[in-house]
Design a protein around this ligand. Structure first.
Ligand code: GLA
Length: 386
């Protein structure tokens, strides 16, 4: 694979590349839409992701090329032109990170050529965009010898997404991609950024990701809408409570104060965030106690809450997950990521995996009219130079 990419670099830029980097995609096992509500998340990095090959230049030009968007060709952009430009499409993500680095006082003083290739399905909710962002951060730190920690690369990547690209995401994706560890998920408290690794030993079961292949058309604006609904709910609760984020409340405290939230829809959004945060903590405990069945039940409950209270699933994800629940050998299944299309994640006993893929795939195609794509996921390490 790397040799093929090196040949590609030479073909595209006419010179040999100097360095190779990789950043994974991520899948979240539980803890959805909690990361901008001060709650916990439990994602892991995948073994598939995005590669970057680079070579520094002597001038002020940065040349971007992605094999995944080869029709866009080479985009040549001056270092001093790091402003959002719709025509630059995917290159706005690396541009945003360069912009965020410069904003933090890290001056990029020469240009470079960069070739990107990703094997994360695009727009599938496995964080292909956060993967390019963190990848760019790792590239910049290395090429320009910046003394920056991985956590600060993660933060700069989130700033790029929030302030440059304009999606108000939390920190989960960038964190999982930067800090991922082979065979471990990360319990991250997004309020304090305290985290712990939790080894994922599924004793004869696998993580199966299924892509609905639904285009996530309005996903970004819907995402921002959910975020502001939570903010409004918090504002209402703050009229009587001294809290800074929704997830400071547990289920009981929420029920006691639910009446403070003026709008019923916003109350359901808040309910999801608060219950999901508690579910995440319970799920990690269950895993520690080797109670994988309970972990699965909490995954299922997470989906129901995302479907009914948070309303981010949609027909494709619901169909995929509801078929999965009926299959033998399924320990748990839910949507993963932002929702509105994208992927589901299921834990399936190994001896049932082939059957699961076949049967869920067939039934999904019959009901929805197009195919889902399945991946048996391996948990890999975070972003790095290869
Ligand atoms: C997207 C965002 C994350 C997180 C999830 C939902 O992936 O980028 O920050 O909010 O949705 O859990």
């Amino acid at each position: 694979m790397i040799n093929k990419l090196k040949d590609m670099f030479k073909r595209v830029y006419g010179e040999d590349s100097e360095k190779v980097f990789f950043a994974p995609g991520r899948v979240n096992l539980i803890g959805e839409h909690t990361d901008y509500n001060g709650g916990n998340v439990f994602p892991c990095a995948l073994t598939f992701g995005t590669y970057a090959l680079t070579k520094k230049r002597n001038d002020k030009k940065i040349r971007f090329y992605s094999e995944n968007f080869d029709e866009l060709g080479i985009m040549e952009i001056d270092i001093d032109e790091m402003v959002y430009n719709k025509e630059h499409d995917w290159a706005n993500y690396p541009k945003g990170v360069i912009w965020a680095f410069e904003k933090n006082g890290m001056k990029i003083d020469s240009g470079f050529d960069i070739l990107i290739y990703g094997n994360i399905p695009n727009g599938a909710g496995l964080s292909s965009s956060a993967s390019i962002e963190v990848l760019t951060g790792v590239v910049l730190a290395d090429l320009f010898n910046f003394d920056i920690s991985m956590i600060d690369i993660v933060k700069a990547s989130q700033i790029a997404e929030n302030q440059f690209v304009g999606v108000n995401c939390g920190i989960m994706d960038q964190f999982a991609i930067g800090m991922g560890k082979k065979d471990n998920a990360i319990l991250l408290d997004t309020n304090t950024l305290k985290y712990q690794y939790s080894s994922i030993k599924l004793d004869g079961a696998s993580i199966v990701i299924a892509n609905t292949n639904k285009r996530r058309g309005l996903a970004d604006s819907k995402y921002n809408e959910r975020r502001s609904e939570c903010e409004t709910a918090l504002k209402d609760l703050k009229t009587e409570l001294h809290i800074n984020s929704l997830c400071e409340l547990n289920e009981e405290e929420f029920e006691k104060n639910r009446h403070l939230i003026k709008n019923e829809v916003n109350a359901r959004r808040a309910k999801h965030a608060i219950y999901e945060n508690q579910r995440t903590l319970k799920a990690v405990k269950a895993l520690e106690n080797k109670d994988i069945e309970l972990f699965g039940k909490l995954m299922n409950a997470s989906h129901v809450s995302l479907r009914d209270d948070y309303e981010v699933t949609g027909i494709e994800l619901d169909t995929l997950v509801e078929i999965a629940w009926r299959m033998p050998g399924v320990i748990g299944s839910r949507m993963t990521g932002a929702g509105f299309g994208g992927c589901s994640v299921s834990i399936v006993k190994d001896e049932f995996v082939d059957d699961f893929i076949k049967k869920v795939g067939d039934e999904y195609k019959t009901k929805i009219g197009h195919e889902a794509v399945f991946y048996v996921a391996q948990i890999g390490d975070g972003a790095r130079k290869l």
